[in-house]
Write a protein that binds this ligand. Structure first.
Ligand code: DAT
Length: 273
C-alpha cells in the first residue's frame, strides 16, 4: 500500500485498483473559493505536460509522427451546469440557481462511462488495428473533477476525494475579490451620516455589506460541512483534507496529487482487471 503525505499531516493512501481504470479519477471538493478549479486545472496541466514530454521522447526514439496523448481532463462541473443550464429554479435569497441533479448525473455518466469503456477497449488490443488502438489509448485519462457539492456523485466515479480547506480570513478576502459581497444598494449599511440645516454637505461611510451567500459559505467552512459530507458519501480511506491557504499550499498540493497519481498507476499496472 502506497502513501503520500499531505501538507496538513494527513496521508493520501493508495487504494486497490478500481474496476478497469488505467489512470485514477480524482474529485476536488470544498467550500466555494477554496481553490478547487485552480488546483484541478493545474494538476491537469502538469499531468499533460509530463505525459507530452514522455511521448515526445518515445516518439523521438521510434521516429514516430507527432501525436500528443492526453493524460488528464478537467471536469469543471460548475461550468458544465452553466453551459447546459442544468437548472431547476432560482433561489433569490442566496442568489443562486437550483441544480437539476438528474440532468447533471445523466450527462456525467456518459462522460465517465465513455472514458472507462474506451480505456477498456484500449486494453483488449487484439481486437483492434494499431491506428484504432492509438485513438482508444487517448481515452485512458484521469478525470480531475471539481465541484463544491460532493454527495451527488456515484461513489464509483472516484479513486481519491480531496477536500480543500481554507481559513475563513483568507476565504473572506477571496470573496471580496470575487465581488461576492455586492448586493443591491438598499442592503448597504450607511453610517456616519452627518447633515445639518445650514449646510447640505453630508459625509457618508459605506460599510461593505456581507451577502447571504458569503455568510453561508463562511459558515459552511467553519462547520466542516463539505468534509463531513465527503466522509458520509465515500470510503473514509479515500477522503483527504488539504490546506489551501497560500500559493505555496497550492503548489505543494499539485506536486502531491501528481505524485499520488503516478504511484497509483505504477502500483496498478501489473494487476489484472
Ligand atoms: P473554487 O473553485 O474553490 O471556487 P477558485 O479556484 O476559483 O476556487 O479560486 C478562488 C480564488 O482564490 C482565485 O482567485 C484563486 C485564488 N486561490 C485559490 N487557491 C488559492 C491558494 N491556495 N492560495 C491563494 N490563492 C488561492
Amino acid at each position: 500500500m502506497t502513501t503520500v503525505n499531505t501538507n496538513n499531516g494527513s496521508a493520501m493512501t493508495q487504494q486497490p485498483r478500481s474496476k478497469s481504470r488505467r489512470r485514477p479519477n480524482v474529485l476536488i471538493t470544498g467550500t466555494p473559493g477554496t481553490g478547487k478549479t485552480t488546483l484541478a486545472a493545474m494538476i491537469v496541466e502538469r499531468l499533460n505536460q509530463m505525459n507530452s514530454s514522455e511521448e515526445h521522447e518515445r516518439q523521438d526514439e521510434e521516429e514516430d509522427d507527432d501525436n500528443d496523448v492526453v493524460a488528464a481532463k478537467h471536469i469543471n462541473v460548475g461550468e458544465i451546469i452553466r453551459t447546459y443550464k442544468f437548472y431547476d429554479g432560482y433561489d433569490a435569497e442566496l442568489e443562486t440557481h437550483i441544480l437539476d441533479e438528474d440532468q447533471l448525473i445523466d450527462y456525467l455518466d456518459e462522460v465517465f462511462v465513455e472514458t472507462l469503456t474506451k480505456a477498456q477497449l484500449a486494453t483488449t488490443s487484439s481486437e483492434y488495428d494499431d491506428d484504432e488502438n492509438e485513438q482508444h489509448e487517448n481515452y485512458s485519462v484521469s478525470l480531475i473533477t471539481d465541484y463544491h457539492i460532493c454527495e451527488i456523485f456515484p461513489e464509483r466515479y472516484f479513486d481519491l476525494v480531496l477536500v480543500l480547506r481554507t481559513n475563513t480570513e483568507f476565504l473572506y478576502d477571496r470573496y471580496i475579490e470575487r465581488n461576492y459581497h455586492q448586493t443591491p444598494t438598499n442592503n448597504s449599511i450607511i453610517s456616519g451620516h452627518n447633515n445639518d440645516d445650514s449646510n447640505t454637505t453630508a459625509t457618508t461611510t459605506t460599510i461593505t455589506p456581507v451577502s447571504a451567500k458569503v455568510t453561508q459559505n463562511l459558515q459552511c467552512e467553519i462547520m466542516n460541512v463539505i468534509y463531513e459530507n465527503a466522509r458520509n458519501s465515500y470510503a473514509s480511506e479515500i477522503v483527504v483534507e488539504l490546506s489551501s491557504n497560500t500559493i505555496e499550499d497550492m503548489e505543494s498540493n499539485v506536486e502531491r496529487v501528481v505524485q499520488w497519481i503516478q504511484l497509483w498507476m505504477k502500483d496498478n499496472e501489473s494487476v489484472p482487471s
